[in-house]
Ligand binder design. Structure first.
Ligand SMILES: [Cu+2]
Length: 171
């Protein structure tokens, strides 16, 4: 465990402890159902922030498409601030039946997409997924997607776990 991670864990534990005490203090009051819900909500958000802070996804997007049934490239920027490499294993989006990880091969002929088991994410690096490099392919779209719309996808990493991200539909 790195010094930075250890420090974060220590902070997280301290906060949890304080919340537990607050929680116990609330328990004696019969009317405390509302604060209890608030605490559970706060703790849930805090937990997500702590778990995913070393790896972030920004600018996830797909091109617009006017009918269902086809395939669509999903691109995004992955910022990995962790000291160790990670890998993008799976993507789940409600708008598509399946998804694959793709790489673009450039051989003698025209560039061609090929399915791979995972997308490697180097340590301390920013990886840009794009149509002519590593990207995620959404297969068998369930619906048309108009520009300006958005939807949420779960991106599963080997070390960082599952990160939910908002995907924007572009022109
Ligand atoms: Cu592809």
């Amino acid at each position: 465990m790195s010094f930075e991670r250890g420090l974060h864990s220590a902070i997280a534990c301290k906060t949890v402890k304080r919340r537990t005490i607050e929680f116990k203090a609330c328990k004696f009051k019969a009317w405390s159902a509302l604060p209890l819900f608030c605490l559970i909500g706060t703790f849930g958000m805090m937990h997500n922030a702590v778990a995913n802070e070393s790896l972030q996804i920004v600018d996830a997007r797909v091109p617009a498409v006017d009918k269902a049934g086809g395939d669509l490239p999903l691109t995004m920027t992955i910022k990995n601030e962790a000291d160790s490499a990670d890998a993008l294993l799976r993507v789940r989006c409600p708008v598509a039946n399946f998804s694959e990880r793709h790489i673009v091969d450039r051989g003698e002929g025209a560039p061609a997409m090929r399915s791979i088991s995972n997308i490697p994410v180097p340590a301390k690096a920013t990886l840009e997924l794009k149509r002519d490099g590593y990207h995620v392919m959404l297969l068998q779209l369930r619906q048309a997607l108009a520009p300006g719309e958005s939807f949420k996808c779960a991106i599963v990493f080997q070390k960082a776990g599952t990160i939910e991200t908002e995907v924007q539909v572009q022109k």
